[in-house]
Ligand binder design. Structure first.
Ligand SMILES: [Fe+2]
Length: 141
């Protein structure tokens, strides 16, 4: 949560910090059922079932990496829809999560290398994360 609110501070007063905090605290609630990539979807469903406000549900549903397109979702067996973070608060929680590995803060180079190993050097999500990093931090790297 600290990383997300730290990133968010750049955008005050135009960011909903309560929403960022809530999303950051709840983003991995789906890991109570699975550690698969679908923990975002399962987490979102848990929150929906419990009447949590839609803005928080969307943060949870869209927090994987720099988002997953509908086409990518189909390829990896997720329900066919876009999971791209759209709002500032959704992007902040997703990217703060990218920049934490275990309990350690990591830089963009670390994240890119990790994803290239996992997904391949030219996977479109690599460019998405670089773009999101620039948008949220103001830095290229
Ligand atoms: Fe997660």
């Amino acid at each position: 949560m600290l990383k997300a609110t730290h990133l968010a501070s750049r955008f005050e007063p135009d960011v909903d910090l309560d929403l960022v905090r809530a999303g950051a605290m709840l983003h991995d609630v789906g890991r109570s059922r699975t550690n698969g990539i679908n923990h975002a979807i399962i987490g979102a469903n848990i929150l929906r079932e419990n009447g949590v406000q839609p803005e928080i549900v969307k943060i949870v549903e869209r927090h994987i990496g720099a988002g997953i397109t509908r086409e990518e979702a189909e390829l990896i067996g997720l329900p066919a829809m876009d999971y791209l973070p759209i709002t500032l608060e959704e992007k902040l929680v997703a990217h703060a999560d990218n920049l934490i590995h275990g309990t350690c803060e990591v830089d963009l180079d670390f994240v890119i290398e990790k994803w290239q190993k996992k997904l391949g050097r030219k996977h479109p999500s690599i460019q998405r994360i670089i773009k999101m990093h620039k948008e949220l931090t103001g830095h290229l790297r």
